[in-house]
Ligand binder design. Structure first.
Ligand code: PFF
Length: 438
């Protein structure tokens, strides 16, 4: 449940619908599903296997399973995964801060009072995101919530929060789907999502589909290695990985069904980009009259819950890593990660306002980190992980993990191994090279 909570996040509800809208709806969906089930699930299994076999965090997990000569290399790789995790968390906090702000503005009635003028609502978002310290305080509030859960420990904090929050999330998204699908003209949104138009699918769209598959499943940054290290010995890794993958995909599809029918029904552009959730949806809610205000609160709460369980996994991973050698206590590790990631998150948030003049490689700080976090670091970590899993880790260890030391059978083992050794590394190489070239 905690791993599903990690996978289901802003990536499913905020990012999936807008990327899907941008690259042609159904056609993108088919490519995305192929990547998720053929590559993403293999990566998920690899990370869970590496975590459970080593019972360590990424910094030492890879090295502890590698031949002695290669250990320094794999320690370096573990550190790269952790750096990736830290950058992802810092960027994630920016969007989570906005989400927290939108929960507040929907509860206070500010969003509902703006009517249905698309320009006014888009201006509100612009004012809010460029509003200096105000979005930073919302982000700090969000980070404190995450810290409280982490301080509660793995079972009383992370596990409890996931067990309560995930069912709430499913309930909220179902309510929103029903509302969206019963709006007049909503069928056009369903058609858009499910009828493929391949002419709109560019090579950039295919790259975006792979990036989205990795991000959405939380693979390629060590989080699933840490969650794998907490898995009981009798859990079946194949089944667990397929459940996480299926639940994550289902929630992304439900998010699409909550967003697109409403967007079409109210006559908005489905390719509205990153602002789809923050600019278009408040408008959609405001066209629904008094009930719209309630749906608006429900929607942003849903987004907040999704962001919380994902941020918890990122903070947990980093906390576990820096407390792994036993020198720091859990609360000390968590506090250090909290301070550093919130500080960097504040810098990225301020790159929309006070720090908008600061550029790296011609990009604002947020756009720069967004590029690093989508094209470079996670695909690189994912590539290292499948190479390790397919070519470095002893095969006997992998078999033992998949079969729970020979007590269960896995018919697909040969197929998974083939994917991990050949198909996944090749696909990731293509993405990395194309990403760097582009
Ligand atoms: N999978 C999360 C989402 O879809 O929002 C984001 C995420 C969480 C990425 C944790 C990576 C991670 F390690």
């Amino acid at each position: 449940m905690a791993a599903v909570g990690s996978a289901v996040g802003l990536g499913n509800i905020w990012r999936f619908p807008y990327i899907c809208g941008k690259y042609g709806g159904g056609a993108f969906l088919i490519v995305y599903l192929l990547f998720v089930f053929l590559l993403g699930s293999v990566l998920m299994m690899s990370e869970l296997v590496i975590g459970r076999r080593s019972r360590r965090t990424p910094i030492s997990a890879y090295a502890s399973l590698a031949p002695r000569r290669q250990r320094p290399l794999w320690i370096g790789f573990g550190v790269l995964c952790i750096i990736t995790c830290f950058f992802i968390l810092s960027q994630y906090l920016v969007l989570s801060g906005w989400t927290t702000g939108y929960v507040w503005h929907s509860v206070s009635g500010a969003l509902a009072s703006m009517g249905t003028d698309a320009g006014v609502i888009a201006d509100f978002f612009r004012h809010f995101s460029t509003g200096g310290w105000s979005p930073v305080w919302f982000m700090v509030l969000f980070s404190i919530l995450v810290l409280i859960v982490i301080l509660g420990g793995v079972q009383k904090g992370v596990e409890m929060a996931s067990k309560v929050l995930m069912p709430v999330l499913v309930l909220l998204i179902l309510v929103l789907c029903v509302r969206s699908l019963t709006l007049p003209g909503s069928i056009r949104g369903v058609e858009y999502l499910f009828s493929p138009d391949f002419s709109k699918l560019t090579s950039e769209g295919i790259l975006a589909a792979l990036g989205q598959a990795l991000f959405s499943l939380s693979v390629g940054m060590g989080v699933m290695v840490v969650y794998g290290s907490y898995l009981p010995a009798d859990d079946r890794i194949f089944t667990t990985a397929m459940w996480i993958t299926a639940c994550d995909t289902l929630i992304a599809l439900l998010a699409g069904l909550a967003v697109f029918p409403a967007v079409f029904s109210c006559g908005f552009d489905p390719a509205g980009g990153p602002g789809l959730v923050f600019c278009v949806l408040p408008n959609v809610f405001n066209t629904m009259g008094a009930a719209g205000a309630i749906f608006s609160v429900l929607f942003f709460l849903l987004l907040l819950v999704a962001a919380l369980t994902s941020a918890i996994s990122l903070l947990e991973c980093l906390t576990a890593c820096i407390t792994d050698n036993g020198r720091l206590r859990r609360w000390q590790g968590a506090a250090i990660v909290f301070v550093l990631s919130t500080a960097l998150g504040a810098v990225f948030t301020l790159s929309f306002s006070h720090l908008s003049g600061v550029k790296l490689a011609g990009l604002s700080l947020f756009d720069f980190i967004d590029r690093i976090n989508s094209i470079y670091l996670p695909p690189l970590c994912a590539l290292g992980t499948v190479l390790f899993f397919g070519w470095v880790m002893p095969e006997a260890d992998i078999r033992a993990e998949f079969t729970n030391n020979g007590t269960v059978r896995l018919r697909l083992y040969g197929f998974i191994r083939f994917m991990a050794r050949y198909v996944a590394p090749l696909a990731l190489l293509v993405v990395i090279i194309t990403g760097i070239g582009g």
